[in-house]
Design a protein around this ligand. Structure first.
Ligand code: F6R
Length: 242
């Protein structure tokens, strides 16, 4: 894996956006894997800026989001569907038909997950997958476990993830389950950009980069990916001194 360290979250976000924009300029129909949460916001701001500047069009770009809460209507304020449309899709020229976000309210969750993996394969696989990381080392919602997961599946969220994300649910009603790309799905992406900012991610980054490859720290699996780039701000990289 390649590690790149930046002074600020904005610079790390700009570097991630540069790679994404270069990919889309080279192939306008590129397939992007996208993440939600606080970390990718600078990436999305820069993608919007580059689109507004006329550097890139996303009109043919295809996207797949990593995850979505189970049983939360798409239009809910805290859904990842709402997050993506508010923070990126409504601000660029993407075609809504090319946007793929898991339906957390699908009556048959297993069928929804299989359909999603099938659509990624049909699209030719993900060219660039953007990831954040949980303080417990999760990627997507692949929580620390005894074994690495495979395809997209429904997961019970860990207490640590619930504690980190409850702030996004004004009524305190946070779903206990989510649908997420599994580690097997994530690892199939041709290029992976993991972005982490802030000191609260430093331990997870140290474990992912320097620790053993173990499902107890799901992000550590990226040590085995042929093209994984970690884009970190100084605080998240704090324990990787040398
Ligand atoms: C989001 C996702 C999660 C987040 C992680 C970090 O789609 O899959 O793995 O990337 O929980 O979240 P933030 O960026 O809010 O610290």
């Amino acid at each position: 894996m390649e590690i790149r360290i930046f002074d600020t979250p904005e610079e790390a976000g700009k570097a991630a956006a540069d790679i994404i924009v270069e990919t889309v300029v080279a192939d306008p129909a590129a397939v992007l894997g996208l993440a939600t949460g606080a970390t990718p916001l600078p990436v999305y701001r820069e993608m919007i800026r580059r689109y507004e500047k006329g550097d890139v069009t996303f009109s043919k770009t295809v996207t797949f989001n990593l995850d979505e809460y189970s049983s939360l209507p798409r239009k809910a304020e805290s859904s990842y569907y709402t997050f993506m449309w508010s923070n990126l899709f409504s601000r660029i020229d993407i075609d809504g038909d090319n946007v793929h976000i898991l339906d957390g309210c699908a009556p048959d969750k297993a069928a929804e997950c299989a359909r999603f993996d099938g659509m990624i394969d049909e699209a030719g696989g993900v060219d660039v997958q953007l990831l954040g990381i949980g303080t417990n080392g999760h990627i997507g919602f692949n929580e620390p476990a005894d074994e690495f997961t495979g395809g997209t599946f429904e997961v019970k969220l860990s207490q640590s993830t619930r504690d980190s994300n409850i702030k996004y649910f004004a009524d305190g009603n946070m779903p206990e389950y989510a649908l997420t790309m599994g580690i097997g799905t994530i690892m199939k992406a041709k290029k992976i950009l993991l972005m982490a900012t802030g000191e609260n991610k430093a331990k997870a980054i140290y474990a992912a980069v320097r620790g053993e490859v173990t499902p107890r720290c799901p992000a550590s699996v990226l040590q085995n990916h042929p093209d994984a780039v970690f884009l970190l701000d100084k605080s998240a990289a704090k324990l990787l001194e040398d």
